[in-house]
Design a binder for this molecule. Structure first.
Ligand code: DQA
Length: 146
């Protein structure tokens, strides 16, 4: 089965972006972490990033088609700022029924109050936050058990 790891806006800047919050590893490093976790758990990986909300919607639909064929392990989504704003991403998750992990590198609950609200959490099967980029490996390990 395949796991989709989807990353939203500004995550292409990982490594240089607010390193005190997000650490110094780059998105390429995160992809390697995910690839290693998928190898360990016998999953195929689709790993993508976009700064555009509609691209993320389209990729959830793509994952949804795999889900309908029984070939999807799950979607690990770091929707970044869209977590706190996007009804469209929520509707994409609900509309496709993909099993979702909402993921954040930082502990959003220890940060500004506008980061405490998630449009996605109610439609997520699991939420992972605060483990830094290792959270991606932990989320994939969790998805592998579904
Ligand atoms: C984030 C947390 C969000 O609040 C923020 O907008 C991001 C990254 C995280 O991974 O900690 O861009 O999703």
């Amino acid at each position: 089965k395949t796991v989709y790891v989807l990353n939203g806006p500004n995550l292409n800047l990982l490594g240089t972006r607010e390193p005190q919050v997000y650490g110094s590893q780059t998105l390429a490093d995160v992809e390697q972490i995910c690839a290693a976790a998928c190898t360990r758990h016998g999953l195929a990986l689709v790993f993508r990033q976009s700064n555009h909300e509609g691209a993320l919607v389209d990729w959830i639909h793509e994952a949804g088609r795999l889900h309908a064929e029984g070939k999807l392990a799950g979607v690990v989504l770091n929707a970044a700022a869209y977590t706190h704003t996007s009804v469209a991403l929520l509707d994409a998750v609900k509309g496709t029924g993909v099993p979702l992990v909402e993921l954040h590198i930082s502990n959003v609950h220890a940060r500004e109050s506008f980061r405490h609200r998630s449009y996605l959490a109610g439609a997520a099967r699991a939420v992972m936050c605060g483990f830094g980029v290792q959270g991606y490996a932990l989320a994939i390990a969790g998805v592998a058990q579904w």
